[in-house]
Design a protein around this ligand. Structure first.
Ligand code: SF4
Length: 485
């Protein structure tokens, strides 16, 4: 059985298990150890979608379509975003509206009709099955994330991914929700109730044990979801052990977040913010860098005054803020948007970090743009800002083998090519080794590109397939051993 068959089998097994669990999106139920909003913040999820006051101003047909899409795509928004970031006069075409709300076009035509019909009939069992089928078709674990989970002491290291040598990702159980569930997000399986597909760790003990054996890991990235939904005390429980001398090799603590622009008060209002600030100062004083990896998709997120106060508070605590976003149709596929995004970020003291290519997961057909267009947007936007705004690398595909940078286009004779290079890779020897792919006006991901004539694959294809075969074999063996216990 070849690697692709094995992976397909694993995915089928997982999809089958998904069908056996209740998988409605999580509600607003209060979870323990979450940071409490210091002011009244109202959350709406799929189940309370009809209570979003502003939706009443939209055409009923569109609202029904939004409801249909929300049956498949996890949805969540808070009143700060509704009141401050969406231009309701411009909805449904407002980019922030498109970013936050599920849209009927996110469903394929046939799927939308089937769901519409089932909803009309009120057949809840059939709806649940159909929703699971559609989700299973949306590549829930893009870029072979499953094999990123390391095996440690004979078992999967749950809640940890270790893809690149220097960086370990940690998914604390209490941080596996977000302020909004972006329909392009490759973390979307984290936001539905199918626990079999969620990466999460109940505590940090096995992470620490792993780090003791891996002196080559310099960065721990707390990710989710959004780790800042955790209470500051809980966050401290995870971070403070890392300040011990035995973890001196971990020099960078990164925290991925959307809170900066969707809940900025988290960083400067009330006792929770004060405790967070003290924690970040302790980490910085220990000699480690705190890097807040902020998801900023559009410059409009940075215009409200609370965001400026949040940035100031974080910077005062010694944190560095780096920003990233994919380039997304309907939201930010525009040179002027990126130009202003980067300029405003730098003016506020943040560092533009990545312009990603939309991943091959979720509502990909709705958000995707071609690599050619993404490259044109990146190049024009970068040319329109000063050097200190050009710290963002892009466009970059965070794909299975690694982070593949689209450097540009090159004509050789009568042929046109993309020039690509790995910024990060599963194998060090793949890094910064320029390679060519035939130019395509439509391709939007690495698997839609082909190598130049005469080459039977990209240089990394075979070693990556071997690596996948080895890792998936190890995981399968572990699953079988667990099953025999
Ligand atoms: S992790 Fe980022 S991209 Fe994913 S849902 Fe949250 S804000 Fe959106």
């Amino acid at each position: 059985m070849d690697v692709n068959h094995r992976l397909a089998l694993i995915q089928l097994e997982r999809a089958a298990r998904m069908l056996q669990v209740s998988d409605l999106p999580r509600t607003t139920r209060m979870q323990p150890h979450v940071a409490q909003p210091p002011e009244r913040l109202i959350y709406y999820t799929n189940h309370r979608l009809s209570q979003v006051p502003q939706l009443k101003s939209l055409p009923p047909r569109l609202v029904r379509g939004i409801h249909l899409a929300a049956m498949v795509f996890p949805f969540k928004v808070n009143s700060y975003v509704l009141d401050n970031l969406i231009d309701w006069g411009a909805a449904p075409d407002d980019p922030m509206f498109r970013l936050v709300f599920p849209h009927p076009d996110m469903l394929q035509d046939g799927d939308r009709e089937v769901l519409d019909d089932l909803l009309e009939r009120g057949d809840e069992v059939a709806i649940a099955a159909e929703v699971q089928r559609i989700r299973a078709d949306m590549n829930p674990h893009s870029s072979d994330q499953i094999v990123n989970v390391p095996l440690f002491e004979g078992a999967s290291l749950e809640g940890v991914q270790h893809k690149y040598d220097e960086t370990a990702l940690f998914f604390a159980k209490q941080g596996q929700t977000c302020h909004s569930y972006c329909s392009f997000c490759f973390r979307w399986p984290q936001f539905v109730d199918s626990a079999v597909d969620r990466f999460e760790a109940r505590d940090g003990e096995r992470l620490y044990a792993y780090l003791r054996t891996r002196r080559d890991i310099t960065d721990v990235l707390l990710t989710g979801g959004d780790p800042f939904v955790m209470s500051s005390r809980r966050l401290a429980d995870y971070l403070e052990p890392l300040l011990a001398p035995e973890f001196s090799h971990v020099t960078n603590i990164r925290i991925g977040t959307k809170a900066l622009s969707y809940w900025p008060q988290r960083f400067y209002v009330g006792a929770e913010a004060e405790e967070l600030n003290r924690l970040l100062v302790r980490v910085a004083d220990s000699g480690k860098q705190v890097a807040v990896m902020a998801h900023v998709n559009h410059w409009r997120e940075l215009t409200p005054e609370p965001v400026h106060r949040a940035v100031e508070a974080l910077r005062r605590s010694g944190a560095v803020i780096r920003t990233q976003s994919p380039v997304l149709r309907h939201v930010n596929d525009d040179v002027a948007v990126w130009r202003r995004n980067w300029r405003d970020q730098v003016a506020m003291g943040m560092i533009p970090y990545y312009m990603f290519v939309e991943r091959d997961t979720g509502a990909n057909h709705y958000f995707r743009i071609s690599l050619d267009r993404a490259l044109a947007i990146y190049q024009a936007a970068a040319a329109a800002v000063s050097g200190i705004c050009r710290t963002a690398r892009g466009p970059v595909m965070s794909a299975g083998p690694g982070k593949i940078h689209v450097l540009g286009r090159l004509a050789i004779g009568n042929d046109d090519y993309f020039v690509l290079s790995f910024l990060q890779a599963r194998r060090k020897e793949w890094l910064h080794r320029p390679f060519l792919a035939k130019y395509s006006a439509d391709a939007a991901w690495i698997n839609e590109l082909v190598p130049p004539e005469g080459e039977d694959g990209f240089f990394f294809d075979r070693p990556y397939a071997e690596l996948l075969a080895q890792r998936s074999g190890e995981h399968r063996l572990e699953a079988e051993e667990v099953g025999h216990e």
